[in-house]
Design a protein around this ligand. Structure first.
Ligand code: M6P
Ligand code: ZN
Length: 187
């Protein structure tokens, strides 16, 4: 039998870009993030079509035991004094975790359990983040370059955004050039 040496998809680790036959891309724009940033007036001054982050994903089989692989590219920027961030989510299948790998740029991973206890991990090229089950997660770009992070998660995990209607219990703000994390009651 002739054994073939198959070419798998690849990722350029410095930029987080995939090379593969089938890549799915989704851009999230400022206008899509209504209610996410605390300064609504500042959010309204930004053109709604301004890209905030792009996710590129490999097209993978779906089902129990299958994995999704994707890279999030989060632009640098602020809405008022708050750094650009992803919407953030719990998994619909709460028990399912995820792994993020920092590829470029610098920022924070905001994590929060179901009791609303938040914590932060620094994201940098080479950082590895094991996100446990039952834990919401959001990327925040505190740097001046694009923040890219590779993610691997179960294809059955799903996204539960509604459970974060009150928002996360921490906001990460730019206070005169310093990164400042502030605890809040209602996001
Ligand atoms: C990562 C993964 C995806 C997620 C994306 C954007 O690539 O965690 O599952 O969709 O980030 O994050 P969000 O869904 O919170 O906008
Ligand atoms: Zn997730």
């Amino acid at each position: 039998m002739a054994i073939s040496f198959n070419m798998p998809p690849s990722v350029a680790f410095l930029a987080g870009q995939f090379t593969a036959d089938d890549i799915i891309k989704k851009t999230t724009r400022c206008g899509d993030l209504s209610g996410v940033f605390h300064d609504r007036a500042a959010w309204q001054t930004i053109p709604p079509d301004t890209p905030v982050y792009e996710v590129e994903m490999l097209s993978s089989p779906q089902g129990e035991g299958e994995l999704f692989v994707g890279t999030t590219h989060l632009q640098p920027g602020r809405v008022g004094d708050e750094f650009y961030m992803t919407r953030g989510h719990f998994h619909q299948r709460r028990e399912q975790g995820e792994v993020y790998f920092g590829l470029r740029g610098s920022g924070l991973l905001l994590l929060q359990n179901e009791a609303r206890k938040p914590w932060l991990e620094k994201v940098f090229p080479g950082s590895v983040h094991v996100i446990p089950g039952f834990t919401a997660h959001r990327l925040i770009n505190t740097g001046s370059d694009v923040l890219s992070a590779l993610a691997v998660w179960p294809s059955t995990a799903g996204h539960d955004y509604a459970a974060l209607e009150r928002g996360f219990a921490l906001r990460v703000l730019d206070r005169e050039g310093k990164i400042f994390a502030k605890e809040v009651q209602n996001g």
